[in-house]
Design a protein around this ligand. Structure first.
Ligand SMILES: C[S@@+](CC[C@H](N)C(=O)[O-])C[C@H]1O[C@@H](n2cnc3c(N)ncnc32)[C@H](O)[C@@H]1O
Length: 225
């Protein structure tokens, strides 16, 4: 993984109000539940004693969800301090930082969870750095969950549908605005997501789920013991 399409290796874009409105919508909540089940999260990360890192946790949508489910050893990493402030402190320990340089010790986590973050990184080199950090902080036998856009045609269809529905619904208008803002990075990721899989497999990860659902690519893998 060596090519980088842009100069920066991390996303510095601030979330706008549209993005926040979107992730708090009922639509997003339903979507989150479906994605977790399709990734086999409830089955493969069943014990509430697991130590879980939500990488690029944003304002904590998944951390809140995991907390509600009974998980108590929750950690997050997020570059945006404004988003971190929105996460209840009793829900998780959240550090400001970047996927490419995680401020945690080796083998700290049973589970690393990544939802919609890798496509914000700038190019293959940054993906590789982030994945190597994930491997470092995950304990042997630990589980990695990646949920990212990955199905090109479905994603293009989604972009068009969101634009059309945006004429009628503020939620879809917000969604469409986010898609427009993120388009170059997302399209680059979708075209290259199989290199992410190759990289992980070359590092010894054993795939447990590797499938598409709607526009998403769901990849669950186990770190070699
Ligand atoms: C689409 S949001 C997803 C947020 C969260 N995972 C969720 O599901 O609500 C992408 C998140 O990735 C974060 N992000 C962007 N670049 C990052 C990086 N280099 N390292 C870690 N997180 C990053 C953004 O700040 C943002 O919170």
């Amino acid at each position: 993984m060596t090519t980088t399409p842009a100069s920066s290796t991390h996303n510095t874009q601030r979330w706008n109000l549209n993005s926040l409105r979107l992730i708090r919508s009922d639509l997003s909540r339903i979507h989150r539940g479906i994605m977790l089940r399709r990734s086999r999260f409830p089955e493969l990360a069943a014990s509430h004693d697991l130590t879980i890192l939500d990488l690029g946790c944003g304002s904590g949508a998944f951390l809140r969800h995991f907390h509600e489910q009974g998980y108590r050893r929750l950690f997050g990493v997020e570059p945006d301090a404004d988003l971190i402030r929105q996460i209840p402190p009793d829900c998780a320990v959240v550090k400001q930082g970047y996927a490419q340089r995680l401020g945690f010790d080796d083998c700290s986590f049973d589970v690393v969870f990544i939802y919609g973050v890798l496509h914000h990184l700038k190019g293959l080199e940054a993906y590789g750095q982030a994945l190597d950090e994930v491997r470092r902080v995950l304990r042997p036998g630990g589980r990695l969950f990646i949920l990212e856009p990955g199905h090109w045609r479905m994603f293009r269809a989604l972009e068009i549908c969101a634009k059309l529905l945006g004429f009628f619904s503020p939620t879809f208008r917000a969604f469409s605005d986010v898609l427009d803002e993120e388009q170059p990075d997302v399209h680059f990721f979708i075209r290259n997501h199989l290199k992410v899989r190759e990289h992980l497999i070359s590092q010894g990860f054993l795939p447990l789920v590797d499938r598409y659902f709607l526009y998403s690519w769901l990849f669950t893998a186990s770190k070699p013991a």
